[in-house]
Design a protein around this ligand. Structure first.
Ligand SMILES: [Zn+2]
Ligand SMILES: [Zn+2]
Length: 143
């Protein structure tokens, strides 16, 4: 049985539920994730769109597209500014900031650190999770 987990933004207007499989959590150290979180990166995991359900507040979501980034975007709550789940460019996968969870997802610690090549100089990674200079290389590339 899959766990059912809930999440919400800081003000609580945006709420969601995940009731299918979801991936382990990774920490992205890229400069954009640092800016959007205001911290050392973005603790994020993914789930399929079919497992992801908005419960409330979808109309509160605003999305920022940096002008020089055609694919990447950041979504956030219009009232409290929390980053909120964001579909990838295909729309099939949702990326979920783990700090929004109100339930225990079961995973412990990070499964990977990504975009370590652009991590902040003041950040020291102290766990033994694998570190990748950019994204996770296991994604099969289309020939
Ligand atoms: Zn909010
Ligand atoms: Zn990032």
């Amino acid at each position: 049985m899959q766990p059912k987990i809930h999440g919400s933004c800081l003000c609580g207007q945006i709420r969601f539920r995940i009731d299918g499989k979801f991936g382990p959590v990774g920490q992205c150290h890229c400069s954009k994730c640092r800016k959007l979180s205001g911290t050392d990166g973005n603790a994020v995991f993914h789930t399929k769109k079919s497992s992801f359900h908005w419960l409330s507040g979808e109309e509160q979501i605003r999305t920022y597209h940096p002008p020089d980034q055609p694919i990447w975007s950041s979504s956030f709550c219009n009232t409290c500014g929390s980053p909120v789940p964001n579909a990838d460019s295909s729309g099939d996968i949702y990326y979920v900031p783990a700090g929004l969870l109100d339930d225990d997802p079961g995973f412990r610690g990070y499964a990977a650190h990504i975009f370590v090549a652009s991590k902040a100089p003041w950040v020291c990674i102290t766990d033994s999770a694998p570190q990748y200079p950019s994204g996770i290389p296991a994604q099969p590339a289309k020939a």
